[in-house]
Design a protein around this ligand. Structure first.
Ligand SMILES: C[C@@](CO)(OP(=O)(O)O)[C@H](O)COP(=O)(O)OP(=O)(O)OC[C@H]1O[C@@H](n2ccc(N)nc2=O)[C@H](O)[C@@H]1O
Ligand SMILES: Nc1ncnc2c1ncn2[C@@H]1O[C@H](COP(=O)(O)OP(=O)(O)O)[C@@H](O)[C@H]1O
Length: 320
């Protein structure tokens, strides 16, 4: 039986600017996305059942048709019905290590891995941009997760311009296990509170998009300068999430006052918060300091780093 194992890394947002409302109800964004080395493992196994099944070890992740990994497989089955009926069903096993509902694109990167894996499993030979186009129909962050690394993302988040790789920037990442922030809530609240300050029509949107402020961050990335990157971190969604979630605000403030922390920011729609530090050794010290300040077992802490890749193939067999 054919099978593939893939590694699906999480992402953080080094920059997230909300440019305006879009006619499709989404928000026009200017983001800089960055892969990190916290990753899930996705195993795909051809099955004789002619059905798609998802198995997942995490209590907060549904193992039904709402799972993004399931939806990615279903999309491929719909796109390539003849190949699907030729190869039969698929068993998908998701081994979760990425914190769930954290602003780290956990579901999106699982979907990206399933697209890449099924392309191999079924010998489809799809190009990166074909896979990215399919990914964009599943979620705004799925396209990025395919190639990962460092990229400017505009539109809904699906229009990508790769940047030179930025590996080995050391990070400490924190997330309260039981705290979840809904992405639709975060954008809706932002629109209600700040919608008047930005543009409403397409012409203005183009003018505003030309004036986004991520240029300084791009320069810092090109210089691979962790200190400069740390000074230019930005996330508009902090304006609505921090006031509504005091625990996230507390984490953000605690990180900012730790010796050795170059910069700190919430990732995506939260509630995870990351800090950039100078070295792995420094990251371990900062992690320990945060643990001492907040001994709550509900707080998950990770020492991690930026990486230059998205979905990676761990192993695969092509024997039918
Ligand atoms: C906030 C970000 C930042 O990278 O990440 P997460 O916090 O989810 O990881 C993304 O914009 C999230 O991407 P993703 O989670 O793929 O979003 P989607 O499934 O496409 O959309 C979820 C919901 O978010 C809102 N949404 C999303 C993207 C966008 N440009 N405008 C929006 O208004 C919409 O309400 C949509 O229904
Ligand atoms: N494969 C998956 N992995 C994680 N979460 C998933 C998955 N499929 C569906 N979900 C659901 O998607 C929601 C968002 O989770 P996740 O993708 O981890 O966060 P975020 O969108 O903040 O990056 C959660 O409520 C979770 O139950």
């Amino acid at each position: 039986m054919r099978s593939y194992s893939l590694i699906a890394p999480a992402k953080i947002n080094l920059y997230l600017e909300i440019i305006g409302n879009r006619p499709d109800g989404y928000h026009e964004l200017a983001m800089i996305l960055q892969s990190i080395d916290i990753a899930d493992q996705i195993n795909l196994q051809a099955a004789s059942t002619e059905e798609i099944h998802v198995y997942c070890n995490h209590p907060q992740v549904p193992a039904d048709q709402s799972n993004l990994a399931y939806r990615a497989a279903e999309l491929m089955a719909r796109q390539f019905p003849d190949v699907f009926s030729n190869f039969g069903g698929i068993d998908i096993t998701v081994t979760k290590r990425i914190p769930v509902a954290a602003g780290l694109a956990g579901g999106s990167t699982n979907a990206a891995a399933v697209l890449v894996g099924i392309d191999l499993l079924w010998d489809l030979g799809l190009t990166k941009s074909e896979l990215e186009e399919l990914g964009a129909t599943l979620g705004s962050d799925v396209s990025f997760c395919i190639s990962g690394g460092t990229a400017i993302a505009t539109g809904r988040g699906e229009l990508l311009s790769p940047l030179p790789s930025l590996n080995q920037i050391h990070l400490v990442l924190a997330k309260y296990l039981s705290l979840e922030v809904s992405t639709p809530w975060a954008y809706k609240t932002y629109r209600q509170e700040f919608g008047n300050s930005y543009v409403k029509n397409t012409e203005d949107l183009v003018a505003r998009a030309n004036a986004v402020h991520s240029g300084e961050m791009v320069k810092a990335i090109l210089d691979k300068d962790a200190a400069k990157i740390s000074q230019k971190l930005h996330n508009d969604l902090e304006k609505v999430v921090l006031p509504a979630y005091p625990q996230v605000l507390q984490l953000r403030e605690l990180f900012a006052t730790q010796e050795g922390v170059l910069g700190t920011m919430m990732s995506g729609s939260g509630p995870s918060v990351f800090a950039i530090v100078e070295s792995k050794a420094q990251a371990e010290i900062v992690k320990q300091q945060i643990r001492t300040a907040i001994p709550d077992e509900d707080l998950e802490l990770f020492v991690t780093q930026t990486i230059a890749n998205g979905i990676q193939i761990l192993q695969g067999t092509g024997n039918r």
